[in-house]
Design a protein around this ligand. Structure first.
Ligand code: UGA
Length: 436
């Protein structure tokens, strides 16, 4: 099948390559010429494990092309919309400009019988509005994407579920078209759920809001543990064994960031307010506030480790990406923490295995180092802010030799505290009472 993918960011680039892997003839469209050029050469324009291999293994010539010109999508039978829907400046509302622009560029090239399939995360009601503006004979479905950065290839090729939102009118034909697109996944028994458009749009934001709520729940309990003398990591360990709860997204630490969870909970709350049901999701404001407090509490631990003031102290921050296996620093808790520490007068040196360049561009006021040894040299405190495997595996004896004082703030509960303490470190962790 001929397929086009509009927007070649984290979502679209992976989706385009995955569609080619599923045997389709794919063209990816993006307005960013540098990104298109990189992808056309088989290079991933951002760090995403497995994407380069996927781009390289997507069949013969012509099976996967990239272009800046929406006219090159004219022959496609299915057009996927994968552009970003960031948070509007100054409000929680989703900014749909890229979506509107991609559709406006595509519209003159839409042939009767072709279908538009939205994958971007949008405020509920967007799909019905866009459908009403399409030319006669062109249908629209909403097929939200649940991939995680860092696991995008596996999540796309082995999803937990496929959700097709379709209108009442013409829905069967759209379902048949999507079944043809995803035939190889359906053959692997991936559950496929057909809903109306609004439910499919909401399915995405509801899932992200639930994940954010789970994380903030763990971090709220962590605040209580810190005050009460408990250990939140041990506590969530007891919860995780309850099969009704499960252990995923109960990590105690610096909280959530990235291009999705923070902006999606705000956009969800903003849309609910527009619909007159803001009270139903007002708890999401609290989820957001708990998440912000994680950073404040981590700064407090660093301050305490330095004897009450961070002024003129050297602080090594390990991690800048919003999570491991990503170079993305959008709404990164690690970078927010580094900025907050610097605002108290500390000399901050940040390191990260993948995100250094993007971190430097986003926060040029901070100091940077190529590796942990360099970052930690002469440090008064080391803060572990993103739980990369290589940071979990650090040798505390070797690191103790380069720092000025062996203070560790484990803001992700990533290391074996006993092992670090045995190597002479004073270890403080979020969710754990200071005395432990
Ligand atoms: C998230 C969702 O997990 C995907 O299902 C969704 O498709 C995607 O948003 C999206 O909307 O496009 P992603 O932003 O890539 O994916 O990242 P996650 O792996 O979910 O992590 C989000 C944040 O939560 C990270 O900052 C991570 O460090 C943090 N986190 C995660 C915690 O603080 N604690 C946890 O226990 C788990």
């Amino acid at each position: 099948m001929k397929v086009s993918v509009h927007g070649c960011g984290y979502l679209g680039a992976v989706h385009a390559a995955a569609m080619a892997r599923l045997g389709h003839d794919v063209v990816g469209i993006d307005v960013d010429a540098a990104r298109v050029a990189a992808l056309a050469e088989g290079r991933a324009p951002f760090f995403e494990p497995g994407l380069t291999a996927l781009l390289a293994g997507t069949g013969g010539p012509g099976a996967l092309r990239f272009s800046t010109d929406a006219a090159d999508a004219a022959a496609a039978e299915v057009h996927f919309l994968c552009v970003g829907t960031p948070q509007s400046a100054g409000s929680g509302v989703a900014d749909l400009q890229q979506l509107e622009a991609a559709l406006a560029a595509l519209r003159p090239h839409l042939r009767p019988g072709s279908v538009v399939v939205g994958k971007s995360t949008v405020p509920v009601g967007t799909a019905a509005r866009l459908a009403a503006g399409l030319p006669d004979g062109v249908g629209l479905a909403w097929n939200p994407e649940f991939l995680r950065e860092g696991h995008a290839v596996a999540d796309t090729l082995h999803p937990d579920r496929l959700v097709y939102g379709v209108p009442d009118d013409g829905g069967e034909a759209l379902v048949a078209r999507l079944d043809a697109v995803y035939a190889r996944l359906l053959a692997d028994d991936v559950p496929r759920l057909v809903t109306d458009l609004a439910t499919a749009e909401l399915a995405k934001v509801a899932a992200n809001a639930f994940l954010a709520t789970k994380i903030s729940f763990a971090n709220a309990v962590a605040e209580v543990c810190e005050a009460a003398g408990g250990d939140a990591v041990a506590l969530v360990g007891t919860m995780a064994l309850d099969r009704r709860i499960g252990g995923d997204y109960l990590g105690v630490g610096l909280g959530f960031g990235g291009g999705c969870l923070p902006k999606d909970i705000r956009a969800f709350a903003a849309r609910a307010r527009e619909l007159g049901v803001g009270d139903a999701v007002s708890f999401l404001d609290e989820v957001d506030a708990i998440n912000d407090r994680c950073r404040d509490r981590a700064v407090e631990l660093a301050r305490a480790a330095c004897g009450g003031s961070l002024a003129d102290r050297r602080v090594a921050v390990l991690g800048a990406a919003f999570k491991p296996d990503s170079d993305d620093v959008r709404s990164s808790p690690a970078l927010a923490l580094a900025r907050a520490v610097a605002a108290e007068g500390a000399d901050v040196v940040v390191t990260d295995p993948q995100a250094l360049a993007l971190a430097q561009a986003a926060a040029p006021e901070l100091g940077y180092a190529a590796d942990v040894r360099e970052a930690a040299a002469g440090a008064d405190v080391v803060v572990l802010a993103t739980e990369w495997d290589e940071y979990r595996a650090l040798d505390p004896h070797a690191l103790a030799r380069v720092v000025r004082a062996p203070h560790l703030v484990d803001a992700r509960n990533a290391v074996d505290r006993a092992r670090w303490r045995a190597a002479g470190w004073d270890v403080r962790a979020l969710g754990v009472a200071a005395v432990r």
